[in-house]
Structures are given as structure tokens and as C-alpha cells.
Write a protein of this length. Structure first.
Length: 346
């Protein structure tokens, strides 16, 4: 693709996330919206009207041979991410896939293989990598400013009530949703890996305390050993009373300690790093606000721009398929550990 050519996007799945993708594509002068797809046609038609998009379909397979599409944004329910992405990659389309990339490792491997065979790009949405406190912390980690990291702790204390799970029939099911770690926590696991490298083993405990209509945990604790020798924990719940309480990452090293906090990794709560002053942190984007609940920081504009930059030959992929697959591997290892009540090696 040439530097000045506009990139044509098609969106599969027109719910909350699909609508957010559409907004940022529409507002980007280097992009065009050329198609919407959703099994609920009213949602797709609403977005077509709002953004003056020429094409709406109910079945995504009608778009597989459409030569006017450069990138397909997969914003469907979790269990559909892999099969939809594979179909489009096999038909010579670049793919931007929402998290989680996949629920099963073998499906993620097929996604990566399909992209390589057709020489197409596979992008994974990891918008928290663009949070200002996260970017500052990644920078000092890359420069080894914190020294050797010996402890990594992540906390996610959020609220997802019964109304949240009533929104769609797929939410709260093992087969289609996958679990709290896939839907709420995958960004945090991605950042653990991005910050501190691959994980050697995990030992997990989980339980459903308050959610009667879901098929998986709402609370859990995970002990981690990283391949670089450091240790860590994951503490998570969707039972925080009446609202989100905290989303945080602690990093403790031999030359400094940092805490990224707030409700959704949006503040720099602690900074004590040898030889450096506490950096000024821009406010950044607000959380994804869905009315009665909030999600992660809304950086999808930056995600879309990264796709455009890469396809125009002006940048590198911010989050690769291989990185997305590593997150899935870790989550599945955690669930296996909790099920078998034993340490699991990756």
C-alpha cells in the first residue's frame, strides 16, 4: 500500500466495541469505513446511517471476496474472533482482532499461520499499552532503569453485575465468553508479559462468589514465576461493591519501584526510581464508558493509527499475533492450574 492511500476498513460486530472502532476510523483522515456486519442488522444499519457507510451485511462471509476491503476489524463475541479472523486472512485481508485474540491456543496458532501464508498483517487490540503511565514505565524497563525486577503484582478489582451479563447471551458462558481472565483481565496479563517477559509457571485458585448466572469464576488469585526468575501475583474480582475499585500494576526492582493505578491503569500512583524524577503524566483518554459500567482506557484511536502506519510502511505493529497468543497460553494455564489444584508449567 502506498503512503498516501486511504485504508479501507470493514467492521464485523457492531456492539459497544465495534461502534468505538467505527468512531475512530471515521474520524481518521487516512481511513474509510466501507462495510459493517452484524447478525442484528439494526445495529449495523444504525452505524451505516451515522457514518454514511456504503455496505451492510448480516453474514460476514459475503465480505470475504470484497476487494475493496484492506482491513477487517473483528469485534464479534470472544468465541468468534479466531474463526472470523482466519477466514479473512485466508482471503487476503489484513485483520485487527479485538481481545482476547482467541480462547484456544490451537486457534491462535492457525491465525498466525494464516497471516504468514498470505503475507498479511495480524494486529491484536491491546489499547492499554498506550496509557501514558504504561508507556512511561515500559520506557524505563527497556532502559533497565529499574534494575532487576524481582516482584510484579497486578490487581483488578472491578464490578460486573447481573445487568452486564444480561446484555448478550454469550456473556458469562464458558464456551463463548471464556471467563473473567479472557474478558476483563487479558490486558493486564499482556502488560505483565510486555513488562517482565514470559512466565515459567503458575499456581491458581478461583471461585464464583456472587454471580449466580455465569459459568465461571468471579474472583481469583494466581502465583507466578517468570522465566527471568522474578515472582508475581494476579489478584482479580468482578465483585467490587457498587463499581470499579482499582486496576493496578506494581513493579519492584533493585533500582526502583513503580505503581500504575487508578480504576483502569490511568494514574502513576508511586514512583521511586534511582536517578530519575517523577515524570509528568498526561491525563490520557478516559475509560470506555458503557453506561452502567466502565472498561479500560479508550485508546482505540491510537490502535487504528498503528494499523494505518504499518500498512502505509510507516511503523511497526504495536501488538503482534504472537504476543496475543502468549496471553491466551497463560490464561489457559491458569485455568488448568485452578482445575487441577497444582502448579502448571508453560
Amino acid at each position: 500500500m502506498t503512503k498516501n492511500k486511504k485504508i479501507n476498513f470493514a467492521i464485523i460486530g457492531c456492539g459497544h466495541i465495534g461502534a468505538r472502532h467505527a468512531k475512530h476510523i471515521f474520524n481518521n483522515k487516512q481511513a474509510n469505513l466501507v462495510a459493517f456486519c452484524d447478525i442484528e442488522m439494526n445495529r449495523a444499519k444504525e452505524l451505516r446511517k451515522k457514518y454514511n457507510c456504503p455496505l451492510v451485511v448480516k453474514d460476514y462471509k459475503k465480505l470475504l471476496k470484497n476487494d475493496n476491503i484492506d482491513v477487517v476489524n473483528v469485534c464479534a463475541p470472544n468465541y468468534l474472533h479466531a474463526p472470523i479472523a482466519i477466514d479473512f486472512l485466508k482471503n487476503n485481508k489484513n485483520v485487527l482482532c479485538e481481545k482476547p485474540m482467541c480462547l484456544k491456543t490451537k486457534n491462535g496458532e492457525k491465525m498466525i499461520e494464516s497471516a504468514k501464508k498470505k503475507n498479511k498483517k495480524l494486529f491484536i487490540v491491546k489499547q492499554n499499552r498506550y496509557n501514558p503511565p504504561v508507556e512511561v514505565t515500559k520506557n524505563i524497563l527497556d532502559k533497565k532503569t529499574l534494575g532487576k525486577i524481582y516482584l510484579c503484582i497486578t490487581n483488578l478489582f472491578w464490578n460486573r453485575n447481573d445487568d452486564y451479563y444480561k446484555q448478550s447471551e454469550w456473556r458469562g458462558t464458558k464456551k463463548m465468553d471464556g471467563g473473567t481472565l479472557f474478558t476483563q483481565y487479558s490486558h493486564f496479563i499482556d502488560l505483565l508479559l510486555w513488562f517482565n517477559g514470559k512466565i515459567e509457571n503458575v499456581f491458581a485458585q478461583k471461585k464464583n462468589y456472587t454471580h449466580k448466572k455465569i459459568e465461571f469464576e468471579d474472583t481469583g488469585i494466581v502465583l507466578i514465576k517468570f522465566k527471568n526468575g522474578s515472582m508475581g501475583t494476579i489478584n482479580f474480582t468482578t465483585c467490587s461493591y457498587n463499581g470499579n475499585m482499582e486496576g493496578s500494576i506494581y513493579l519492584l526492582g533493585t533500582k526502583g519501584s513503580v505503581k500504575i493505578g487508578g480504576e483502569y491503569l490511568n494514574t502513576l500512583d508511586y514512583w521511586e526510581v534511582s536517578g530519575t524524577k517523577r515524570p509528568h503524566i498526561d491525563r490520557g483518554a478516559p475509560a470506555n464508558n458503557y453506561g452502567f459500567y466502565k472498561g479500560s482506557m479508550s485508546n482505540h484511536d491510537k490502535v487504528i493509527q498503528n494499523v494505518i502506519d504499518v500498512l502505509s510502511g510507516q511503523g511497526k505493529i504495536k501488538a503482534t499475533g504472537e504476543e496475543g497468543l502468549e496471553t491466551t497460553k497463560v490464561i489457559n494455564a491458569i485455568y488448568k492450574s485452578a482445575r487441577l489444584n497444582k502448579k502448571i508449567y508453560l
